[in-house]
Design a protein around this ligand. Structure first.
Ligand code: ADP
Ligand code: ZN
Length: 364
C-alpha cells in the first residue's frame, strides 16, 4: 500500500492507494479514532458488485452502520438526493458523531461529500473511490457539490475527507467506457508532469485502456502524487491549482452543449486536444512540439460526434462557464510537458478555429 499526503495548514489528509486494501478500512478508521456512527453511501451498480465485500469489512464494526444506495449516473448529483441523504440521517437518528463513507465514482464522492459538508454544519467523511477517474482525480482535493438548474457543480463546498482509501481492485470491474473517462484525467496529469511519465502513458496507452494492473497502478499513483502536491500548495484554487483546469474550459463546453450525455472524462480528452491546438495557434508551442505531443490523444478517442456540433454554440457555452464571469475566456495552455501557462486570454476567432480543428483532429 502506498501513502500520499495532502498537507494543509491545519490538517494532513492521507491518500492510501493499493490493490485489495478495502478490507483495511475499519482498522484505518480505528487508527484515526474515527469510530462513529457510519452511513455508507453508494450507487446500485457498486452495491450489486461489492455489497458482500462491504458487509464483510464492517461485520465486526461496533456502532450504527447503514447503507444508502442511490441510482447511478450524473443526475444523482441533485438537490433531491441530497435531501434523501439528510432525511435518512435524521430518520435513523444520526447526529454530529456521524462518519459518512462515499463508496463509488465521482458522482457519489461529490454528493456524499457535500452532504457531509452540510449536515449539522459538517460531519466527518471518507472517500473510497471505485472508478479510475475518482481514484486519479475527483476523490482527492475536497471539492464537493451537486448540479442545479442544469449547471454542473454549481452548488458546492471545499470540504476535505478524513482520508481517501483507493483500492485498485475495484477498477477490475469497471466498464471500458468508464476506463476511457478515467484516462482523460490521467492524460491531463501526463501533460502536467514530466517527460518520463508522459512517455510511460504514451507507450502504455493500450495497456491502460485494457486495465493492465501494473499500468493502472503506476498511472493512478503518479496522478495522485501530482494532485496531492498541487492541492497541498493551493487548496482552494487561488493559484497553482488552476493548472488542473488544463483542457477543462473546452471540456465543460462540450459537456454542457451535449447536455451531459457525454461523460466528463471523454470531454476532457477532447478538451486536451483543444488546449494543445490553441497553444500552437497562439504561438506557445511550435508545430513540431504539437505533433510530438498530440499524437497520443488519438489513441483515446472520445465518443463525441464533432461534426454535429455548432461551434458558436460551444463558444457561447464557454463564455457562460462559471469561471469566466467577466466575459473574457482564460485558458490553461502548454508550452511543453510540465510547462504550463495559466490565465491566457484568447479571442473568439482563435477559439472557434481551435474547436473546428479539434473536430478534424479526431476524425483524421
Ligand atoms: P465518475 O467517477 O466518472 O464521475 P460515476 O460516479 O458516474 O463516474 O460512475 C461511473 C459509472 O461506473 C456508474 O454507472 C457507476 O455505477 C459505475 N461504477 C463505479 N465504480 C464501479 C466499479 N468499480 N465497477 C463497475 N462499475 C462501477
Ligand atoms: Zn476534470
Amino acid at each position: 500500500m502506498r501513502k500520499f499526503n495532502i498537507e494543509l495548514k491545519d490538517k494532513k489528509i492521507p491518500v492510501l492507494l493499493g490493490e485489495g486494501i478495502f478490507g483495511k478500512i475499519t482498522s484505518e478508521i480505528e487508527k484515526r479514532k474515527l469510530n462513529r456512527n457510519i452511513l455508507l453511501i453508494t450507487d446500485s451498480n457498486v452495491n450489486r458488485l461489492y455489497r458482500k465485500k462491504v458487509e464483510n469489512a464492517f461485520s465486526s464494526f461496533k456502532g450504527k452502520f447503514n447503507l444508502l444506495t442511490l441510482r447511478p449516473g450524473e443526475n444523482t448529483k441533485s438537490q433531491e438526493n441530497l435531501n434523501k441523504i439528510y432525511s435518512f440521517l435524521l430518520k435513523k437518528k444520526y447526529s454530529r458523531d456521524t462518519l459518512i463513507i462515499a463508496l463509488g465514482g465521482g458522482v457519489i464522492g461529490d454528493l456524499a461529500g457535500f452532504a457531509a459538508a452540510t449536515f449539522m454544519r459538517g460531519v466527518k467523511y471518507i472517500q473510497v473511490p471505485t472508478t479510475l477517474l475518482a481514484v486519479s482525480d475527483s476523490a482527492i482535493g475536497g471539492k464537493t457539490g451537486i448540479n442545479f438548474n442544469g449547471i454542473k457543480n454549481i452548488i458546492g463546498a471545499f470540504y476535505q475527507p478524513e482520508f481517501v482509501l483507493a483500492d485498485l481492485e475495484f477498477i477490475k470491474t469497471l466498464p471500458d467506457k468508464e476506463v476511457l473517462c478515467g484516462t482523460g484525467e490521467i492524460l491531463k496529469y501526463a501533460y502536467l508532469s514530466d517527460r518520463a511519465f508522459y512517455r510511460f502513458i504514451e507507450d502504455n496507452a493500450e495497456k491502460l485502456l485494457k486495465k493492465d494492473p501494473a499500468v493502472v497502478e503506476k498511472a493512478a499513483a503518479k496522478s495522485v502524487s501530482i494532485k496531492t502536491s498541487i492541492v497541498s500548495e493551493d487548496e482552494k484554487e487561488g493559484g497553482k491549482r488552476k493548472i488542473l483546469n488544463l483542457g477543462h474550459t473546452f471540456a465543460h463546453a462540450y459537456e454542457s452543449v451535449l447536455e451531459y450525455k457525454i461523460k466528463h472524462g471523454e470531454a476532457v480528452i477532447a478538451g486536451l486536444a483543444c488546449a494543445l491546438i490553441l497553444s500552437r495557434r497562439l504561438g506557445c508551442m511550435n508545430e513540431e512540439k504539437f505533433m510530438a505531443l498530440s499524437g497520443m490523444l488519438k489513441k483515446f478517442h472520445p465518443g463525441i460526434k464533432f461534426n454535429k456540433l455548432k461551434l458558436n454554440v460551444l463558444f457561447k457555452a464557454m463564455l457562460s462557464d462559471k469561471k469566466n464571469r467577466d466575459g473574457k475566456i482564460r485558458f490553461v495552455l502548454l508550452e511543453d510537458v510540465g510547462k504550463v501557462l495559466t490565465d491566457v486570454e484568447a479571442g473568439r476567432k482563435d477559439v472557434l478555429l481551435t474547436l473546428k480543428e479539434a473536430g478534424e483532429f479526431f476524425s483524421r
